[in-house]
Ligand binder design. Sequence first.
Ligand SMILES: Cc1cc2nc3c(=O)[nH]c(=O)nc-3n(C[C@H](O)[C@H](O)[C@H](O)COP(=O)(O)O)c2cc1C
Length: 256
Amino acid sequence: MVFYFTATGNSLYAARQLDANVMSIPQVMRRSCLRRFADEAIGVVYPIFGHRPPELVQRFLREVELDTPYLYIVPTYGRRPGTAVEIVRDICRSAGKSPAYIRTLLMADNYLPAFDMDEERGIDKHVDEQLAAIKADVAARRRFTEPVMDSERKAHAEFLRYEASLPEGRLPGLVYATDSCIGCGVCARVCPGGCIRIEDGRAHFDYTNCQGCLACAHACTQKAIALTVPEPNPGARYRNSHVTIQDIVYANNQLR
Ligand SMILES: Cc1cc2nc3c(=O)[nH]c(=O)nc-3n(C[C@H](O)[C@H](O)[C@H](O)COP(=O)(O)O)c2cc1C
């Protein structure tokens, strides 16, 4: 069994390669009755956001009991993992969980303020080779925690300084609907936080539960969800080529 969080499909694609039985973390978290799972091996796959797991994944790791002799964790990322491995290990430990295996997976970087998605899509990051290695490790029940490189530790310290300089210690709501919004509601259905409602024919955001995942901006058919910060290519959006928009809706929809 593998639990996943995804905004643009990378982590779902990875989860599917690792196990046929995949379960969406946002869907588990909206049903308070599902708080214990047991299996021979349990995986958790999610995108790194500022070196951390998304808030919903952190809550999942803290609140949900995972009864398994082999807990493995695969954070996906695009450029800099920072200290992601140690951060998730510490979250697990504080929740009484001991991951047997933590290894990051380099994929396309979907962070729109920093990257042009048309360029990202074209970079071969050897995802299937990395996945084959992780799959073999998991099959062999290998115990391993990826070491954090000094350069990544420095990058994380720098990131923390930057974060501390932001008002309220975090980026404000990053997204808004432009006049091109036609109120189709796709953004509302791919939002894992249930933050978007359609009113008067356009999308409105309540950032209270916003995960900052950018699923809404990437999924908008009109490219009508813009960022409040500059981006290298506002016309380029991303979805993992193995994953459909229906898959993302199934994973994240909080409206049903
Ligand atoms: C808000 C946000 C923050 C991110 N922070 C990082 C980061 O710190 N380091 C990194 O390498 N990638 C970062 N990324 C890129 C994602 O971790 C990466 O593209 C991931 O594979 C996306 O997975 P998904 O398609 O399952 O959502 C960030 C993406 C977003 C949207």
